[in-house]
Design a binder for this molecule. Structure first.
Ligand code: CAA
Length: 297
């Protein structure tokens, strides 16, 4: 069960980061996107990130060229047929994911391990779109943004995952230079189960007038040593994504701590998604490096 060739589905923020990380670790990587334009956009992000590492001296310019040489893009699922593992990082939509896995199951060799980078969709629910044999080789590999920098990967097993496949995936996580943690297929796994209620609580604290955006951010950053306060982190992750994860977790557990607060819902409805839309808890439009807090309450 040696892993040599890695397939990545999706070349967005997460997919491109996963592809870059796997190529940096020495694997041959093929990335599939639905259009050439999306593929090019993802590869431009990889080039930018590799250039930053080269500038800092983390990698040499020769290594930069070698890593880039191990990466290939495609728009065809068939090109992933001989991959030893495929990591899926496409849109967080259950039907789209199930449909993609079904197609992939038909073209891939029997040994290929299927891994999803989903943050909140049940691995089991995706897995059942594939054959009984593939279901034993179906896991979650949940990475964190920005993937080339964040050291963690959650390795998720279902009740049907084959033990040797699971251990191989844990080993693969180490080969990628990450620290793997083992988690069961419970919505949110470890990190989001703890992180999401914390981020939602920060929004409730803001709604209740406990402190301002800047003060709550500074409190958690400087008082607890977190690299980003909860609002900066929410804008970084994307408030639409945070809302979506919270909704799924609330539907699964029916616990108040996972319920998205009204302010978050209204911000998402108003298109305030965070950094990617220019405004969230902070306004990034004038100076992205020095954003100003929004007036929300
Ligand atoms: N590629 C290469 N280098 C990068 C990079 C990338 N994609 N992103 C940042 N860097 C480099 C920068 O160039 C910078 O280098 P120097 O130190 O040489 O200047 C360095 O990393 C630090 O970057 P910044 O100065 O911009 O900012 P920072 O010191 O705050 O670090 C950070 C950035 C690593 C993102 C840090 O703020 C951090 O760890 N934040 C928390 C991120 C986090 O919690 N992520 C998880 C989100 S949850 C999730 O992803 C899962 C989910 O399911 C929602």
């Amino acid at each position: 069960m040696e892993i040599k060739k890695v397939g990545v589905l999706g070349c967005g923020l997460m997919g491109s980061g996963i592809a870059q990380t796997a190529a940096t670790a020495g694997f041959d990587v093929i990335v599939r996107e639905v259009s050439g334009e999306l593929c090019d956009r993802g590869f431009a992000g990889i080039d930018k990130s590799l250039a930053r590492f080269a500038e800092k001296g983390t990698i040499t310019t020769e290594q930069q060229t070698e890593i880039r040489g191990r990466l290939r893009g495609t728009t065809s699922l068939e090109d992933l047929a001989d991959c030893d593992i495929i990591i899926e990082a496409i849109i967080e939509n259950l039907d789209t994911k199930r449909d993609t896995y079904k197609q992939l199951d038909a073209v891939c060799k029997p040994e290929t391990i299927f891994a999803s980078n989903t943050s909140s969709i049940s691995i089991t629910e995706m897995m059942t779109s594939t054959s009984a044999e593939r279901q034993k080789r179906f896991i979650g590999l949940h990475f964190f943004n920005p993937v080339p920098l964040m050291k963690l990967v959650e390795v998720v097993r279902t009740i049907l995952t084959d033990e040797s496949v699971y251990e191989r995936a844990v080993e693969f996580g180490k080969q990628l230079g990450k620290v793997p943690v083992r988690a069961g297929d419970k919505t949110g796994f470890i990190v989001n189960r703890l992180l999401v209620p914390y981020m939602l609580d920060a929004i409730r604290a803001l709604e209740e007038g406990v402190g301002s955006i800047v003060d709550i951010d500074n409190a958690m950053k400087l008082g607890c040593g977190y690299p980003m306060g909860p609002f900066t982190l929410g804008d970084f992750v994307g408030l639409d994504t945070t809302y979506y994860i919270a909704e799924i977790m609330f539907n699964e557990f029916r616990e108040k701590r996972f319920a998205p607060p009204p302010l978050l819902k209204r911000m998402v409805l108003a298109g305030l998604y965070g950094r990617k839309s220019g405004r969230g808890f902070y306004d990034y439009t004038a100076d992205p490096k020095n954003p100003t807090p929004m007036k929300l309450v």
